[in-house]
Design a protein around this ligand. Structure first.
Ligand SMILES: NC(=O)c1ccc[n+]([C@@H]2O[C@H](COP(=O)([O-])OP(=O)(O)OC[C@H]3O[C@@H](n4cnc5c(N)ncnc54)[C@H](OP(=O)(O)O)[C@@H]3O)[C@@H](O)[C@H]2O)c1
Length: 258
């Protein structure tokens, strides 16, 4: 079957903007893309961390900014265009995770999470989509999470933000693919990064950031719309999410021991 997006066949010279590149999955992905010969603009707030990621890579360029500041986006975009000329792919992965049970809602955390994980995606898209349409080509990849598939314990805020991105990516694909743009939805499982360091439970299928970066690149190379990993755990959760409510809730209680 024909892939939903054009497969990336050669990373050499690909012009990529990676937002959320200073640590974890983003940093590992930046290093892997740079090693494969791509031109990569790396963004996030911490310039010292971005400098470490770029070290030793002449094809890396840093544009530091805060994605929650709407006015920072057009400035960052023009710097990126100045550096890359044309953008082949924008990967957006800046996010936060505040593990929360249903009985401990902190509204400040809710607002911060939705503002960063969801609203900031729209802030970026508001400027990136017109720029890519004007180019007549290019791709947008959003990092969501497999926690989007179904309600999970402690994911009261995070899961809802990532479910929003799963829906958003589908509309983007539906509307932008016919106009010649690629849209990718990246749904990782558990990855050992600063974000998951707060988890005090055993994380099934835990991957290293390097394995996650390799899985993302493999998905892009196959031209997938949804890039989900690790295979076993991500597919299990997706299957569970499609079971009748009664069966799914019962199985999730058993699996999570909650
Ligand atoms: N780790 C997992 O198990 C897992 C699972 C599923 C999905 N994900 C998703 O994968 C992506 C990367 O997560 P990670 O685990 O690698 O976490 P991480 O190491 O905490 O990385 C988060 C990134 O977001 C950036 N960021 C945060 N706030 C920002 C802001 N206001 N402006 C600009 N950049 C900002 C951070 O950089 P600065 O602090 O320098 O700004 C950092 O580069 C996220 O979307 C996350 O939700 C992770």
């Amino acid at each position: 079957m024909k892939p939903l997006n054009p497969p990336v066949t050669n990373w050499s010279g690909k012009r990529i903007w990676l937002v959320g590149a200073s640590s974890g999955i983003g940093a590992a992905l930046a290093k892997r893309l740079l090693a494969a010969g791509a031109q990569v603009v790396i963004s996030s707030r911490r310039i010292d961390q971005l400098t470490l990621v770029a070290e030793g890579h002449p094809n890396a360029h840093i544009v530091a900014f805060d994605v929650t500041q709407t006015e920072a986006w057009p400035q960052a975009l023009s710097q990126v265009v100045e550096y890359l000329g044309v953008i082949d792919l924008v990967i957006m992965g800046a996010a936060r995770y505040d593990p929360t049970h249903s009985w401990e809602i902190d509204l400040a955390q809710v607002e911060k999470s939705f503002d960063l994980n969801v609203v900031s995606m729209y802030r970026g898209l508001a400027f990136i989509v017109p720029a890519l349409l004007a180019q007549g080509a290019g791709g947008i990849a959003m990092i969501a999470s497999i926690s989007a598939y179904t309600g999970l314990p402690r994911a009261l805020i995070y899961g809802a933000t990532k479910a929003a991105l799963n829906n958003l990516a589908q509309t983007l694909y539906f509307e932008l693919a016919p106009k010649g743009l690629a849209v990718y939805l990246i749904n990782p499982g558990f990855v050992q990064t600063p974000m998951t360091a707060v988890n005090d439970f055993e994380m099934p299928g835990l991957m290293t950031p390097e394995q996650a970066a390799a899985a993302i690149m493999a998905g892009l190379e196959k031209g997938r719309f949804e890039i989900r990993f690790p295979g076993g755990f991500a597919n299990l959760l997706r299957w569970l999410a499609r079971l009748p409510d009664r069966v799914r809730f019962a199985m999730l209680h058993r699996l999570t021991k909650m």
